[in-house]
Design a protein around this ligand. Sequence first.
Ligand SMILES: [Zn+2]
Length: 301
Amino acid sequence: MAATQRQRKRSCRSSLRARSGSARVRSGSTPRCTRCLSIGTRDIRLTTRYAEDDLSGTSLFSTMHEAGHGVYEHGVSATLEGTPLASGCSSILHESQSRLWENVIGRSLPFWRWFYPRVQAAFPETLTGVSLERFHRAVNVTRPSLIRVDADETTYGLHIILRFELEQALLFGGLDTSDLPEAWNTRMRDLLGVDVPDDARGCLQDVHWAGGMFGYFPTYQLGNVVAAQIWERLLLDLPGAYDQIERGQFDEIHAWLRDRLYALGRKFTPAETIARVAGGPIDPEPYLAYLRDKSAALTRA
Ligand SMILES: [Zn+2]
């Protein structure tokens, strides 16, 4: 099954326009290990993960997330190559692109109108008789859960709030690391209403803190916010974007993002870059409207 999943992801990735020979995808060494590493703008390496018993798209979404980071780095203008400017502008902008390809595009109904028949053909025993609408609802179900990377778009932000609060408590609030598991479990119950069965599915589930990456988590949620702003702006210029996605055509969407964001690299500050591509400073309204509209559409379906 993992081989078939790999094949499906290759076909999806090539449709998303990773130039042949400049991107590689490999399995991660741990179940949750996904990464994007760029060595210049022409050598992009992704690791992803496969869940043998899970066809809900979890590993596809992880791959699309990392591919979003990859196309950003890959799209930096060649004229900046070899300078400190030849990279994504900031973590927030980087996560805006991973989350845009993963969620705004990857979890949309038009995307699955195009891609679901392929997945269904690859896994006929499991998916014959499962309608497109049912599958799409399944990959968008809103349900509080233990694991951040598997969280739905609506509850995802609560996982980030939990981590941000605990980071502040650890650094400035006198929370001892030995008390972290209990603090984590209590806050998970408060925010998401779930009981944490063990620390592997609790405070040890992410690699960030163990690697010294304190303060990174908010970039995911701010990335969601900026992604919605950029997408709203893109739709003004490309009102047929969803029709193109439904036909498996990503060239114009990719070119719009490349020309207005990726190509800039680090020529401007993060605030200047966000203003250029999104038309103004960080604003949560488009993100909230996106979540409300999506939730309403899924409820009606
Ligand atoms: Zn990411």
